[in-house]
Design a protein around this ligand. Structure first.
Ligand SMILES: [Zn+2]
Length: 371
């Protein structure tokens, strides 16, 4: 991304000012930005470069950038560049993502420079859009409706099967909750979880998929073996649900309770897998269920406790959908969009709070026969 900018002549402007007020007469500087560019070293850094010249010292250079993502307020970042004032400058600034957190592949940002000299003259480059792409792989692309899949390993039947799973997940989510995608989504399929982790700044070992909900981007690691495919289809359904639900409930006041967010994602995946069932049965025998109130906060990190948290969230959401239907669930999500608190939203839609849900769900679950 290279841009050349012609000489900016400010003489005309200064003559006009001089006519208005002769005291302001000053030597006009010939300030211009000669060149600027940006290069990404995904996922760790972006290197921005600019060079400029004037007939007096250039003493102020700033980089501005704005990331393209859903924001509740428009945010522009401004970076003051440290340098020694001079008539000719050529500088670079490195955005080190290890300090700020990374950007997902497929995201983009606008950036522009302002350069000011000792005469107080200033020039600005037009905003340039920069794509944050992971060029380490040769991506193929498949679009259907609002979903675009990107992948680099596996044939057309691999991507076709994953696309079908994504479309089915959207359809199932709509039937159960009335929720639909509001904006297009890009899904980047890495060939393994190791490749996926290579796209992240601080990957956790267990990371298999990530929904960047404000960017409309999902990244996921799926191998081509049949076991990987089965896992991958569920993982796509799961992350896609997070993305849709976050799109339609975004508000500046409140997050969703975690049990609702994860429970919806688990429901779109399909039937609960056996190891989640095991934890549910154990908790039922030992009377060790978590309260709905505690499941509103982030889940425990202990493996068995985490499994039980996900399993219980699945059951809670399934209970709400089975007992009260799609319209009520949509109403609940719409109430959360308005920024309602956890108890308040449940009360408004179902006439019971988190403790009420707890009691109703436990009674129904205890009465259920598990085979
Ligand atoms: Zn999740």
């Amino acid at each position: 991304m290279k841009h050349k900018i012609g000489l900016l002549i400010t003489l005309g402007l200064i003559l006009v000012v001089a006519l208005w007020n002769p005291c302001l007469v000053q030597a006009s500087s010939e300030l211009s930005i000669l060149d600027y560019s940006a290069e990404i070293d995904f996922p760790v850094k972006i290197i921005f470069e600019v060079s400029a010249r004037s007939d007096v010292d250039i003493d102020d250079i700033r980089l501005h950038y704005r990331i393209n993502r859903t924001e509740l307020a428009r945010i522009t970042s401004e970076v003051y560049i440290e340098f020694t004032p001079s008539k000719t400058v050529s500088i670079d600034w490195v955005w080190d993502m290890r300090k700020t957190g990374g950007l997902p592949p497929g995201s983009s940002l606008y950036y522009w420079w302002t350069v000011t000299d000792a005469d107080g003259d200033s020039v600005q480059t037009p905003p340039v859009e920069m794509l944050v792409s992971d060029k380490r792989y040769d991506w193929q692309e498949l679009t259907e409706g609002e979903i675009t899949l990107y992948w680099y390993k596996g044939d057309d039947s691999f991507s076709g099967e994953l696309m079908a799973a994504a479309q089915e997940a959207l359809a199932r989510l709509y039937v159960e909750t009335g929720a639909e995608l509001e904006k297009p989504v890009s899904i980047y399929i890495y060939a393994s979880s190791a490749d996926l982790q290579g796209s992240m700044i601080f990957p956790q070992e267990w990371t298999g998929g990530v929904a960047f909900t404000r960017y409309g981007i999902i990244t996921i690691g799926i191998g081509t073996s049949s076991g990987d495919m089965e896992w991958g289809k569920r993982a796509i359904a799961h992350e896609l649900t997070h993305l849709v639900i976050h799109q339609i409930t975004l508000n500046p006041y409140n997050d969703l309770p975690v049990w609702l967010d994860e429970g919806l994602a688990m429901n779109t995946e399909g039937e609960l897998l056996w190891y989640f069932m095991d934890e549910l049965n154990k908790a039922r025998e030992n009377g060790t269920f978590f309260s709905v109130r505690s499941l509103a906060s982030p889940f425990p990190t202990d493996t068995n406790e985490a499994l039980l948290s996900y399993a219980q969230s699945y059951e809670l959401v399934k209970f709400l959908i089975d007992e009260y239907g799609q319209e009520k669930m949509f109403e609940l999500l719409s109430t959360f969009r308005e920024g309602a608190g956890y108890d308040e939203a449940l009360n408004r839609v179902y006439n019971f709070d988190m403790d009420g849900l707890d009691a109703r769900w436990r009674a129904a679950f205890e009465a259920m026969v598990i085979l």
